[in-house]
Design a protein around this ligand. Structure first.
Ligand code: R5P
Length: 264
């Protein structure tokens, strides 16, 4: 792998743990003003110092993040469908690698929709993004999207989707946690990070998800709603960091959460 790409990846996986805590705030590209992300700048600003990377679109990057930031940018470059349509898989590449370089992104990200009506298009988009990424030294993160069919999040399906993404050249894959997650990790030769999915019942449930994902081989998390839809987003991100970087147990992470709530 060339130096530029290795450097970009290394910056997203800092510190001795070699893992990453990414903050996902790219939901608006198909969901509009998602609850508690209505004003992106207000949501992002307090969280940014605790994120190893931030995942977002160029629109939100340009309008809602100060250019002086040193946090690595994972730029979403696919889109073209919204929640108003039944089929979310009808996506194309919406931002060029050239613009990603101009924006000093550390990686570009796109969704792949394995098994969906536009499976073929999304996989060809991935392959073509990898081609342009290779030319520019830009890592590509594939996101194994499941559209509205959340029940698809089982190990057999996700192992297939992640493996296909890696085979087509993705340098990183973002996927969901599921029962039997270690099988997904085992079959995927590139690092996996896990999304949180829709808000869970409690902060503890989100910490448990992160703990189990890291214990079963994920190299990090790329969470959104379970951070900024929590009533305590910054303490929550600190608690997740304890799990991802310090291998804290769920109980230890809950203590970080409580201490941090008290300090604020
Ligand atoms: C979907 O829009 C994106 O890929 C999100 O970045 C991803 O689902 C992570 O966010 P959350 O933890 O809210 O699922």
């Amino acid at each position: 792998m060339d130096w530029g790409k290795r450097n970009r990846i290394a910056r997203m996986f800092p510190g001795r743990s070699g893992n990453t805590v990414m903050l996902a705030v790219d939901h608006g590209y198909f969901m509009g003003p998602t609850s508690r992300l209505e004003n992106p700048r207000a949501t992002i600003t307090p969280l940014l110092p605790y994120a190893d990377a931030i995942a977002l679109t160029r629109g939100v990057l340009r309008t809602s993040v100060e250019p002086s930031t040193t946090t690595p940018i994972v730029l979403r470059v696919s889109g073209g469908a919204t929640v108003l349509k039944e089929d979310l898989s009808d996506e194309a590449l919406t931002t060029s690698v050239r613009d990603a370089v101009r924006l000093n992104a550390s990686a570009v990200a796109l969704s792949v929709f394995v098994g969906a009506p536009h499976e073929h298009d999304s996989l060809v988009n991935l392959a073509s993004l990898v081609e342009s990424g290779e030319e520019a030294g830009m890592p590509v993160m594939a996101i194994t999207a499941v559209g509205k069919e959340l029940e698809k999040r089982d190990a057999r399906y996700l192992a297939l989707a992640c493996r296909v993404a890696a085979e087509l050249g993705a340098h990183l894959v973002k996927t969901y946690f599921c029962e039997g997650f270690s099988k997904v990790v085992e079959g995927c030769p590139v690092p996996l990070v896990v999304a949180g999915g829709p808000r869970l019942d409690s902060d503890r449930a989100a910490l448990e998800l992160a703990f189990r994902a890291i214990s079963e081989g994920a190299k990090g998390i790329d969470m959104g709603r379970n951070v900024w839809q929590s009533d305590h987003p910054v303490p929550m991100l600190k608690a997740l960091r304890a799990i991802v970087h310090d291998r804290a147990t769920v109980a230890e992470a809950e203590a970080v959460l409580s201490d941090s709530k008290r300090d604020r």
